[in-house]
Design a protein around this ligand. Structure first.
Ligand code: PLP
Length: 396
């Protein structure tokens, strides 16, 4: 019999009753150190007082009115994002995949409005993840994502990640946009070197192509900058944001320059919930914390500390781990043992990490984790690696 919750997830048999900072408390009372943050979502950790205050204050006033009316909280969050980034305009969604939908629609509408309706093509890269909507799975193009779901949204051209020649030969007069994650998340924490992001920007400018960055996972302070592309000193035309932007409240956004958004006039797009007062009140509180230069400097300091300690764990457990990669508090431990086994060994030591493609164990902790949380995470990872190694050596 089919479970009452549609069985689309492979769930770990753990359930939590509450959280505080970087800690989650399980039903049986065990305290887990959360180095996953709900997949890079809880940027301010669990039960952050400023977020509780923002949510409860708004909850007592107004939850929802629809985008038929002015929404001051939405306006304030849009202004904060425009002030802090390349963007001139913002549309709010409830998720990353909805942000992908709009990014694709916006790029196509841009070219239609500019008299180039033929430029509907989008280039995306292997190992990417942009969500589960029809546009997002078309951008992925893998059988795992599209198999059995019928006709695929046309116009996507897939290029192997890091293959410059393939990229250049994929460009023709139909290509209107390039879509890429500055740091691949689900694909196994693969940062695009700054040089490549710069080169992509130049290529887009030269060929008249819009650059869409997917910062759903790597944005909102995760890499130690508000957005990951800032490291390369370039700006996109369109950017997808979600995950961390709501700190745990469902919220996403598409940020764009005025020129990229030129086709998006009244009536061209909409969302009932997108940018509602509750979500934006919380988003504004998240934004105030995460965009603070002192907060970001702290993220970079803690990231350097964590990275250094993790490097030494990887060196001492060379039979378990191969390498560390990533930027800021977005780290991937490429495993020699099956990553799923190492993640499971972590659970036995009350350490939460997240598997990714390419046999990688991901560390995506709350950006607020403390130095003692870092010490604890490293010690638990050390013990988990020892256990995973012993288990792998044990006769079956
Ligand atoms: C999670 C993710 C998405 C999809 O976001 P949802 O909110 O799950 O729809 C898109 N892009 C990237 C890079 C992601 O990590």
């Amino acid at each position: 019999m089919i479970p009452s919750v549609l069985p689309t997830y492979n769930r770990v048999p753990l359930s939590f009753t509450h959280g505080e900072g970087a800690w989650l408390v399980a039903e049986d009372g065990r305290r887990f150190l959360d180095m996953g943050a709900g997949i890079a979502v809880n940027v301010l950790g669990h039960a952050h007082p400023a977020l509780i205050e923002a949510l409860t204050a708004q909850a007592g006033k107004l939850w929802h009115v629809s985008n038929l009316y002015q929404i001051p909280e939405q306006q304030a969050l849009a202004d904060a994002l425009v002030d802090a980034t390349f963007a001139d305009s913002v549309f709010f969604t409830n998720s990353g995949t909805e942000a992908c939908e709009l990014a694709v629609k916006m790029a196509r509408k841009h070219w239609a409005a500019k008299g180039h309706p033929e430029k509907t093509g989008l280039i995306s890269f292997s190992g990417n993840f942009h969500g589960r909507s029809s546009a997002a799975i078309a951008a992925s193009g893998t059988d795992k994502m599209i198999g059995g779901f019928g006709p695929v949204l046309p116009g996507f051209v897939h290029v192997p990640w890091g293959d410059h020649d393939a990229l250049h030969s994929a460009i023709d007069e139909h290509i209107g946009a390039i879509l890429i994650e500055p740091v691949q998340g689900e694909g196994g924490i693969r940062p695009l070197p700054d040089q490549c992001l710069k080169g992509l920007r130049e290529l887009c400018d030269e060929k008249g192509i819009l650059m869409i960055l997917d910062e759903v996972q790597c944005g909102m302070g995760r890499t130690g900058r508000l957005f990951a592309h800032e490291w390369a000193g370039i700006t996109p035309d369109i950017m997808m944001v979600a995950k961390g932007i709501g700190g745990g409240f469902p919220l996403g956004a598409v940020l764009a320059t005025e020129d990229a958004a030129a086709g998006m006039t009244a009536g061209t797009h909409g969302s009932t919930y997108g940018g509602n007062p509750l979500a934006c009140a919380v988003g504004l509180a998240v934004m105030r914390h995460v965009s603070d230069p002192d907060f970001l400097a702290e993220v970079r300091r803690k990231a350097a500390l964590l990275r250094q300690r993790i490097e030494s764990i990887v060196a001492t457990h060379a039979d378990v781990f191969e390498e560390v990669r990533g930027v800021g508090l977005m780290l991937g431990l490429k495993c020699r043992l099956p990553a799923a086994d190492v993640v499971e060994a972590g659970f036995a030591h009350e350490l939460i990490t997240i598997p990714a493609a390419d046999n990688v164990m991901r560390l995506l902790p709350p950006l607020t984790l403390s130095d003692s949380d870092i010490a604890e995470a490293v010690s638990r990872l050390d013990r988990a690696a020892t256990a995973a190694s012993l288990k792998a050596k044990a006769p079956a």
